[in-house]
Design a protein around this ligand. Structure first.
Ligand code: HEM
Length: 440
């Protein structure tokens, strides 16, 4: 039995509420639309307030899930057949190359967009604990940090699946960095690989993590992340709208000459009240259809960009994985190359002692960075007026340090990606590869 007045074509028909009340009812009664608030401030909807970067991260995850679900039908997670099945996807299956290319581009873009989302949240001070009653935005910052690590790990586990030389050696290098954690490093590496080298146990572990465990965790945490935004009273920029409304709220004195009489029993000047509620109402709009339209537009744009780049930049497939042939240099996935670069810079000799760059650059520095980011909402001393404001003057110093660190990470990544040749020697793109060292 269908609900009264409901027709099957309503499933596909565009929903256009005729009144704000109808939009509000849709939010309350519809399972999908329930994720949205009833009203949203015009400020929060603005493209420059958040860049919609969190929403685009979510859309990229959606594109990855959709394309990944189709790839699952053909991919075989076995050392003997993985490479051949990827080759089939690339060259035999209809639209397989496009599907694989779109999946790969979406994965790279997700890493970039999630980092940009973090940068936006940092620069707008949207992680701060000051907020309306019941709000505690640091929680969403911490959930976000876990989502960031999961995004890296999702991409890293997917890297191995084609089982070509690029995949095999990137994972070998990446897990070697993990092995430099003191005391338990080798255990972590063996837990990841299911042995001491990259082989069948590693492939099946990475496959299960990449296709099932990590996506499930991301779905759960993103749902919680979105729910927290509602509990925190909307995006941080909304706080300013509410505070401004409270400051403006006042009773306007009667205009001269404007009077009223009440059935002749009493008379006086008319009074106009500007209450915060009325002012906030003026600064906001029904979420349906405003948010839905923008979310749909960003989804279509995200899908179009991924598809287009997926066609223009086909996913690489090198020779099949061969543990006996080590490429020179063997590089980690690009988003870990700043770590590989740090490892190389921090490995040096002092007298007879060799300083262990793998631990310093691969574990200690990035570990401290994550800890510092996690602690930041508790260390930041800027005032409540700075919440949700881009580049607030009270955060000038911390923003500069943050941007400098970000720039350094980007520079190290570019060096590791484009300017390192055999034996990790400096190499301009136009240079010929250097001769092997004499001990080779
Ligand atoms: C899979 C990764 C992530 C997804 C899908 C996601 C999704 C979202 C969405 C949709 C929003 C609403 C605003 C917007 O569209 O920008 C948002 C806000 C927020 N996100 Fe994320 N996010 C992710 C990762 C992160 C990370 C890495 C951080 C920081 C460490 C973070 C911290 C926050 C905070 C604090 C807010 C509230 C911002 C405000 O009040 O202005 N998120 N996120």
């Amino acid at each position: 039995m269908s609900a009264p007045g409901w027709r099957p074509r309503d499933l596909v028909k565009g929903f256009r509420p005729r009144t704000p009340r109808e939009g509000a009812d849709a939010v309350v009664q519809n399972f999908v639309l329930h994720a949205f608030p009833v009203r949203v401030t015009k400020k929060a909807l603005g493209w420059l307030t958040s860049g919609w970067l969190g929403t685009i991260s979510l859309h990229l995850f959606l594109v990855l899930t959709l394309t990944g679900a189709v790839l699952l039908f053909i991919y075989v997670p076995s050392v003997e057949r993985a490479y051949a099945s990827v080759k089939d996807i690339e060259f035999v299956t209809s639209f397989g190359g496009w599907l694989r290319g779109t999946h790969r581009i979406a994965a790279h873009l997700m890493v970039i967009v999630v980092v940009l989302h973090l940068v936006r949240v940092f620069l707008t001070g949207a992680y701060k604990k000051e907020g309306p009653p019941g709000a505690y935005r640091p929680l969403n910052w911490w959930v976000g940090l876990v989502l960031l690590l999961l995004t890296f790990f999702l991409s890293f586990t997917g890297y191995l699946l084609p089982w070509d030389q690029l995949a095999f050696w990137a994972i070998t290098v990446g897990t070697q960095i993990a092995a430099s954690v003191p005391l338990i490093g080798e255990e972590i590496r063996q837990l990841l690989l299911g042995g001491t080298t990259v082989g069948q146990p590693a492939l099946i572990r990475f496959y299960v993590l990449h296709c099932f465990v990590l996506p499930a965790l991301v779905i759960y945490l993103v749902a919680y992340h979105m729910w927290r935004i509602r509990k925190d009273g909307g995006l941080a920029a909304t706080d300013r709208v509410v505070e401004d409304a409270k400051a403006q709220a006042r009773v306007v004195p009667p205009a001269p000459g404007k009077t009223y009489t009440l059935m002749g029993a009493t008379e006086g000047g008319t009074v106009q009240a500007h209450t915060p509620v009325a002012l906030i109402e003026r600064e906001s709009t029904p979420a349906i259809p405003a948010i839905v339209r923008r979310a749909f537009a960003t989804f279509v744009l995200t899908l179009a960009v991924c598809s287009l780049l997926g066609v223009m930049l086909p996913a690489p497939l090198e020779e099949p994985a061969n543990p006996a042939v080590t490429p020179n240099p063997a590089k980690a996935p690009w988003y870990f190359l700043w770590l590989q670069e740090l490892v190389s810079i921090l490995t040096f000799q002092v007298g007879d002692v060799t300083v262990d760059g793998a631990f310093l650059g691969g574990v200690l520095l990035p570990g401290l960075l994550v800890l510092l980011l996690a602690a930041w909402p508790l260390l930041d001393r800027s005032p409540a007026a700075a919440v949700g404001v881009w580049f607030h003057s009270s955060r000038k110093v911390q923003n500069r340090v943050f941007l400098a660190l970000l720039f350094a990470t980007a520079v190290l990544t570019v060096i590791g990606t484009f300017l390192r040749g055999p034996y990790w020697a400096w190499m301009w793109p136009w240079d010929a590869p250097p001769a092997p060292p004499t001990w080779m």
